[in-house]
Structure formats: structure tokens, C-alpha cells
Design a protein around this ligand. Structure first.
Ligand SMILES: [Zn+2]
Ligand SMILES: [Zn+2]
Length: 511
């Protein structure tokens, strides 16, 4: 679970493609050191760094030579030869020209902290003009749009999405070709806000969405794991809709369930809804990463990364702590924090990992949000289908740091960083360990986000993991959608008590 399966790489694939990686590495260095190779690439054109012509000597025909070597000689001969040529070329060039190479580094902790500060400030600014704005509800909206976009692609229901997409995207998606493509079993993982900005008469928010889905073309299905970046826009000064209007795609004018004509007119209130007038719409979709899903990597373990990174703390956390303390009329923050960690964070962590270990995910249905439930349920089913089990035993929590508090009109959330260790391994049906270690403790940390409706005042110390927070009956009949069978109420929106809505690995967390 902690190995963040949404982005996990598969060792077997890595082995089989290592030969091509060898080629790629050589080309990469060749591109770095020999700019003219850029022009020799088939199809040319795309330069990732955007730095058109960086200073470099005229072509000595070396690019052509390298390509000729790689294509015509066996790799055992051509690769070492090319490496020698590149090294020789690089040193001879460096003698008479000062490099001037710009090397962009991976995001450092400082970068992440600064990005985080910028985004947080922008969200606060947005809240001053739109007091209804709630990051959690916005993410729910993103999730609905994303889910409907892929499930409606190529189907007649796609028309109901008209007010939520830019004309250009709409036209592309409704082109005839899409009818042969069917996307199903869409599972959405984490959604993160990347930037919040103003541009012209629009406010924009970009989000990264981790997901996986099955694409069927001509009767053939493949499952993919993806990271996509979507840009949402709306006219400046627009007020966010209430929770009911953000949780699903509703007509932003009358609130009826989305039912629009091809031109974007609501079938109920007869109002033409222009994209961005009253609600966010999608203005850009880019796929950042896409790989074929395979269950082969389920028992594979990578070295844990990020456990020693400093905690990314919300820049003005004390302001928010005071706000929270005032809002709930708490005698003091410290005793509340102890209460929260002892009665919510720790028991949830233990219970959720026990459910994961025992492949008994439905036991925590009432403790987690819909999206978190579905995304981890997908992985549990994947383990089950391979007759595997990821066991986390002897879990010990060593420390919990506060990272972020957010309070808006509708919801409040705490993001905490939990440091823990456990014996983490994958075994098959016969009890044979296929990955990880049954004996050696693995140390890790994760950011967990808990949310609840603003104004909910259940005393944490009286909270019970095993009961419905609304009616108090046993929490054993929550179904797939976390509607308590005893009182008929949906629990997983956090309207009655804390629910866990997000788990992010330390090396992935940006705020
Ligand atoms: Zn309407
Ligand atoms: Zn109930």
C-alpha cells in the first residue's frame, strides 16, 4: 500500500527494455553534447527545454556517423564505439567553447515549499473573492468531471458534459473516431492542485490526476495507469456552488442533474449554460504519464525514498491553528492536537492498515472517502486476483507532524505526516514471501489528510471506529457507497465525523 501502486514500475518490464534504455541514454548524452543531433532526429521539432539554438559548433557530420553506427553495427560494438566518440567529441568541444549548458534539477524541498506557499496564498486570495470556494469540493468536482468524461466518451450521454468543456475539447471528443473506443473501470487516485492563477478574465487551476482505466478498441482491452494534467477555468468573480452542486455535474443555474442539449441548454430550466459562466470548465487535457497496468510488479519492492525529507509545513500554519482554535472555542490547541492524534489519526492508521493486510477493505468503508476507497479497492482486488497479499505487521508509529490545516465554509481538513515502521512483505496463498521482509522493519512516512464538515463537534475521545457516527449503530452495513443501512445516511462525505480522504507518499507530497 505504501509503495504507492499508482506509479509503481514493474521490474520485469524494466529488464526487457534495458536494451532500449541503453540506446536512449546514449541519445540523451548525444543530444546534450551535440546540439546538431537535434536536427537529425526523425520528425525533429520538439525540443523539451525550449532552448531553440544553444551555442554549438557546426555539424562535423558526427551526428550522421553516430546514427549510422547505431543502425548498422551490432549493439555490442556500436554502443561502446559511440560512447568513445561522444566522450572524445565532448572533451574536444569543451576545450574551445565554454559550455553554457543549463541543467534543470529535480524539485528540491525548497522548491516544493515555495510552490506550496504560492498555491496556498492563491487559494486564500481566491477565498476572499469567492468565500464558497472549498479545495475539497473543487477536487470532488474535478473527480466527477474526469469520471464522466471518460465513461461518456463516444456515447450519447457525452452531450450532458457540454457546459463543462472548452469547445475545442468538445469537438475533438465528439469526432467519429471515438465511437470505436470505449473506456471503462475508471479508478481515480490522488488529485493534487498544482497551480492557481488569474489570466485575462479567467481564473485557472491546474490539477494532476492519478488514475487507471481500461481502453477497449475493436474488442481488445488494455488497462492503463496514468497521470494527467487538466486545466480548469471559470470567469473571474464566479461564486462556487454549494456542496450538492460540486459533488456531481449539476446545472449550475437550476441545480438539476446535468441534462443538456448538444448546444449546452439545460433541459429543465431552458437556460443556455456557457462554459465558465457559473461553473468551472476543462480547458486543457495533457497526459503526463501513461503505462500499461500489470499485476507482475505487485510483489516488487523499491528502496524507500523521502522518509528523511523535512516535513512540508503550510507556511502560515499558526494563523490557521488560531483560526481553528477560535472557531471551535478550544481551551488550547495542544490538548486538542493530542486528542486528535490519539483518538483519530493513530486508530485510523491502525484500522486502515489492518483492513488492507487482511484484504478486508469493506471494514473501513465508513472511515474513508469514496475516491480513496475505490482506488485502494482496485489494488486489493489486483492482489486477490494474483492470489497475493501485502502484509503490514508489527506497525509502530514513531511520530506525527502537523502539515496543513484548512478551514473553509463547508469543510475543514488536517493533513498530518505519520512516521511509522512495520514488517512489510508480499506473500502468496501458500505463505511464501515473494517480496519485502517478514523480519526486517521498513521505515516510512506518509501524509494523511482527514476531513469533516465544518461545525461538526463530535468529541474525538467519544468517537468509535466501529459505529455509525450518525446513528450509533454498528458500522457493519455500509455497502459500497458508505450509506449506513440503519439510518440511511451517507457517511463518507465527512458530514458527521472525520474521514480519511487522501494518502500521499513523502516523496510525492507537495502540499
Ligand atoms: Zn438548469
Ligand atoms: Zn447510521
Amino acid at each position: 500500500m505504501r509503495r504507492y501502486p499508482f506509479l509503481k514500475k514493474n521490474r520485469k518490464t524494466i529488464k526487457t527494455i534495458s536494451f532500449f534504455v541503453g540506446f536512449a541514454i546514449i541519445f540523451f548524452f548525444a543530444l546534450l553534447f551535440i546540439p546538431e543531433l537535434l536536427h537529425a532526429r526523425p520528425g525533429g521539432g520538439h525540443s523539451y527545454s525550449g532552448g531553440g539554438s544553444s551555442g554549438g559548433g557546426g555539424g562535423d557530420g558526427i551526428a550522421g556517423l553516430i546514427i549510422w553506427l547505431l543502425l548498422s553495427l551490432p549493439p555490442e560494438i556500436s554502443i561502446p564505439l559511440v560512447i568513445i566518440i561522444i566522450i572524445f567529441y565532448y572533451y574536444s568541444k569543451r576545450k574551445d567553447a565554454k559550455g553554457g549548458q543549463t541543467i534543470s534539477s529535480a524539485p528540491t524541498h525548497t522548491n516544493k515549499f515555495n510552490d506550496n506557499r504560492l498555491t496556498e496564498n492563491r487559494i486564500e486570495e481566491l477565498k476572499t473573492t469567492d468565500p464558497n470556494f472549498s479545495r475539497l469540493l473543487f477536487i470532488d468536482f474535478v473527480s466527477s468531471v474526469y469520471h464522466k468524461y471518460y465513461s461518456y466518451l463516444g456515447k450519447k450521454e457525452f452531450k450532458d458534459l457540454k457546459p463543462f468543456f472548452a469547445g475545442r475539447l468538445w469537438d475533438n471528443a465528439t469526432k467519429d473516431g471515438y465511437n470505436q473506443r470505449n473506456i471503462s473501470e475508471i479508478v481515480i487516485g490522488n488529485i493534487s492542485l498544482i497551480t492557481v492563477f488569474e489570466s485575462g478574465e479567467y481564473t485557472g487551476i491546474t490539477v494532476d490526476i492519478n488514475s487507471n482505466y481500461t481502453i477497449t478498441i475493436g474488442g481488445k482491452s488494455s488497462r492503463y495507469i496514468l497521470t494527467e494534467r487538466w486545466l480548469f477555468n471559470r470567469k473571474k468573480g464566479t461564486l462556487s456552488l454549494a456542496p450538492e452542486g460540486m459533488r456531481d455535474l449539476k446545472c449550475p443555474n437550476c441545480g438539476a442533474a446535468g441534462n443538456f442539449t448538444d448546444a449546452g441548454k439545460c433541459e429543465y430550466c431552458d437556460t443556455f449554460i456557457e462554459a465558465g459562466e457559473m461553473q468551472w470548465f476543462v480547458n486543457q487535457i495533457s497526459v503526463l504519464n501513461q503505462e500499461v497496468f500489470s499485476t507482475k510488479g505487485l510483489a516488487h519492492y523499491e528502496q524507500e525514498v523521502g522518509t528523511d525529507y523535512p516535513t512540508i509545513v503550510q507556511p502560515a500554519i499558526n494563523t490557521y491553528i488560531n483560526k481553528f482554535t477560535d472557531l471551535h472555542k478550544l481551551p488550547d490547541w495542544n490538548s486538542y492536537w493530542t486528542n486528535f492524534t490519539d483518538n483519530i489519526a493513530v486508530p485510523y492508521f491502525m484500522e486502515i492498515y489492518a483492513a488492507w493486510t487482511n484484504l478486508n477493505w469493506s471494514k473501513v468503508r465508513h472511515l474513508v472517502s469514496d475516491r480513496l476507497y475505490e482506488s485502494y479497492d482496485f489494488w486489493i482486488e489486483a492482489y486477490k486476483s494474483e492470489k497475493l497479499r501485502n502484509k503490514l505487521e508489527n506497525i509502530k508509529i514513531s511520530k506525527i507532524d502537523m502539515a496543513t490545516i484548512e478551514v473553509d465554509k463547508y469543510y475543514e481538513s488536517f493533513t498530518v505526516r505519520i512516521f511509522a515502521s512495520c514488517n512489510d512483505y508480499v506473500e502468496n496463498n501458500n505463505g511464501k514471501v515473494l517480496g519485502g521482509s517478514k523480519k526486517q522493519a521498513r521505515y516510512f512516512s506518509e501524509y494523511w489528510t482527514f476531513m469533516r464538515r465544518t461545525g461538526v463537534e463530535i468529541v474525538e475521545s467519544e468517537f468509535s471506529l466501529n459505529n455509525c457516527p450518525n446513528c450509533g449503530a454498528s458500522a457493519d452495513k455500509m455497502g459500497q457507497s458508505a450509506v449506513c443501512e440503519y439510518c440511511g445516511t451517507k457517511i463518507s462525505n465527512g458530514d458527521f465525523s472525520w474521514i480519511l480522504t487522501r494518502i500521499v507518499q513523502d516523496e510525492e507530497y507537495t502540499g
